[in-house]
Design a protein around this ligand. Structure first.
Ligand code: ADP
Ligand code: MG
Length: 618
């Protein structure tokens, strides 16, 4: 499971200047933005003093876009142009979300979700970007300057596509993403740093539409996620829905027109929230056909109606504890996250299960944003580095050089020590009997931009065809940060090894600079990597064709030979001078020119084999 180093050499800043960075909880139901001000994380309010922003976007007439409270209000009268719960759709395919039962007009594309609005089709990424834009403006107004970046939280269960889509939304909103952070980890950071907590903690997060439970181990500023679990479709909305159904029953109603449906659902939610602090709530309204509804409900009744939903959260909690290999009594604290954990029945059920009062001295709606803000503050470089740099994690990735001058990471940065990882490599040339292992440190794609730590050679590899040898390289870093690297050819067992001290001579400043460079060069690096890979492919093909010409050149007439030679020259030239796309084009052309030749060689080899020769000799 991933480890998170909260203490981190940030993007260094002039010590006297505070760089404005925020934490954003981009929620299914509500979103918040927080920042560290005079050493304390606080949620930032809008001009009316409201801190939560409903994650609702309304596409109005013209190019008017409303976000938040106004959009939420308008949802009753303009449901089809008012998008909520975009987070349920972001980074997903239409076929995966059929179960979400959202009342929108979806586009027909099976891969890309889009929603028809009067301003055209909108993707969940665009909808989320509107929310982020609003929070960015709010933060810049409240903090009085431009943001250097934001830490945005995502549910622990978000996959790569969902995380990437969230980043895309941030980019659309003009936000620089310092990091995506798992929501439970953010909550734990908020509690850990504020209260100096250590030990095993459970994060119980019941939001509007999702339930997440995580078991976290906190030690000396390190948060290790031991296990996660939950329900991707269980939250406060289900409590609203249950109460809504109760209202229908009580009033002898069944199918309702869209607008009435939404109205009643909103009233159910209001009643639910009222019951958190009041003993009773009354729902009273007039439906579009003039029928009157007047229903009084007590907290007790509501608790009975929704008891099964509360119980449904306990199963995943048990499972997560089991996965983490711990019992209830090992849990030092339970952190309550999400607006729905305000419900007394939820608080009671969790307290009863764990036999302890859950931690709720921070606002459960805000705790994720607060933790994200603390993390953003560190990443923006507002903490003195020495306070934050922990030695028990690898500060930079460790890896080795592969063909083409590329750095392949074996141990990613921020791995806790001790750690060991192995990876298999192979030879690039036919008959290669030795392989130089070049150990490097850094985040960049090219070896030239990383720090060279050591070089050693594995000899005695039996001569084999390129790609046939299996060389297993093991990286091991002990508790003192001492790295040893060993390489072993799997079929023969020959091996070689070396020890290096990777952190030697690398001060915080150097680490910070290397991290900064890897971030600012990410795009360049991707292009360089693509080019280096294309070059490796080109060189490999040229080598193979040249070898084939030497063996079976007699199968070709002089014109064919010349054409192949010309394609080889062109590929060589492209590899030396051109970009990735041109190199690939040259490789493809060389491939086409030699198709026929390859077929003839194969025929010859088959004939030879059939005439009793050993195919290995050919
Ligand atoms: P998300 O993480 O999904 O954006 P939140 O953490 O903001 O959601 O939680 C939203 C849910 O919390 C909604 O279902 C809302 O009705 C519920 N909620 C907010 N305040 C209260 C309250 N006082 N009592 C009960 N439920 C509440
Ligand atoms: Mg949430």
């Amino acid at each position: 499971m991933a480890l998170l180093q909260i203490a981190e050499p940030g993007l260094s800043a002039a010590p006297h200047r505070h760089r404005l960075a925020v934490g954003i909880d981009l929620g299914t139901t509500n979103s918040l933005v927080a920042a560290v001000k005079s050493g304390h994380a606080v949620c930032l309010a809008d001009q009316e003093g409201r801190r939560t922003l409903p994650s609702v976007v309304r596409y109005g007439s013209g190019s008017d876009v409303e976000v938040g409270h106004d959009a939420l209000k308008a949802q009753r009268i303009d449901p089809l142009n008012t998008i909520s719960s975009a987070k349920r759709l972001i980074g997903r395919k239409l076929e995966d979300v059929a179960a979400a039962q959202l009342p929108y007009r979806f586009g027909s594309h099976p891969q890309i979700i889009s929603l028809h609005t009067r301003q055209g089709d909108k993707t969940p990424i665009e909808v989320s970007a509107e929310i982020l834009k609003t929070l960015k403006q709010r933060a810049e107004a409240a903090l009085g300057g431009d943001l250097v970046g934001a830490v945005i939280t995502v549910p622990a269960y978000f996959d790569d596509a969902q995380r990437q889509a969230t980043k895309d939304a941030a980019r659309l909103a003009g936000l620089n993403v310092l990091r995506l952070l798992n929501e439970p980890t953010a909550a734990a950071i908020a509690y850990g740093l504020d209260n100096g907590a250590e030990g095993t903690f459970v994060v119980y997060d019941l939001g509007g539409g999702t339930f997440d439970v995580s078991v976290l181990q906190l030690t000396r500023g390190l948060f290790e996620v031991k296990a996660t679990g939950g329900h991707s479709a269980l939250g406060g909305d289900d409590f609203d829905h249950r109460l809504f159904c109760h209202l229908l029953e009580q009033n002898g109603l069944s199918q309702l027109p869209e607008a009435d449906h939404r109205l009643l659902l909103a009233l159910a939610r209001e009643a639910k929230e009222t019951l958190t602090t009041a003993e009773t709530a009354t729902v009273s309204t007039v439906l579009s056909d003039g029928r009157r509804i007047e229903t009084r409900i007590s907290r007790r009744e509501f608790a009975n109606l929704t008891q099964h939903l509360v119980l449904k959260t306990i199963e995943p909690v048990k499972q997560a504890l089991k996965d983490a290999g711990i019992g209830k009594t090992d849990v030092k604290g339970v952190i309550m996250v999400g607006g729905a954990t305000r419900m007394p029945s939820v608080q009671q059920a969790v307290a009863a299960f764990f036999g302890q009062t859950p931690l709720n001295n921070l606002n459960p709606d805000e705790v994720v944003a607060l933790g994200a803000a603390m993390q953003a503050d560190v990443l923006a470089g507002n903490k003195a580095d020495h306070e934050w740099l922990l030695l028990d994690v690898t500060p930079l990735s460790l890896g080795l050089e592969t063909y083409g001058g590329l750095a392949e990471k074996v141990i990613p940065r921020n791995s806790t020590l001790p750690t060991a990882r192995a990876q298999e490599f192979t030879t690039f040339k036919d008959g290669q009997t030795a392989m130089t292992i070049h150990v490097v440190q850094g985040e960049r794609e090219l070896v030239a931009d990383c720090r060279s730590l050591a070089k050693f050679t594995l000899r005695g590899i039996p001569p084999m065809a390129a790609g046939a040898a299996r060389i297993r390289v093991t990286f091991q870093v002990d508790a003192d940060g001492l790295l040893s690297v060993s390489a072993r050819e799997q079929t023969t067992g020959v091996q070689a090894q070396i020890e290096v001290k990777p952190s030697y001579g690398l001060d915080d400043e150097t680490i910070t600079r290397m991290l900064q460079e890897s971030m600012s060069h990410a795009a360049d690096d991707a292009a360089l990597r693509a080019r280096a890979e294309a070059r490796v492919e080109a060189e490999g093909l040229v080598e193979a064709v040249t070898a084939a010409l030497a063996l079976d050149g007699d199968l070709l007439n002089p014109e064919e030979s010349a054409a192949i030679q010309q394609a080889i020259d062109e590929t060589r030239r492209a590899a030396a001078e051109d970009g990735a796309a041109e190199i690939r084009a040259a490789v493809a052309a060389l491939g086409r020119t030699t198709d026929d030749f390859a077929a003839r060689r194969m025929n010859r080899n088959i004939r030879r084999a059939l005439s009793g020769q050993n195919i290995e000799d050919i």
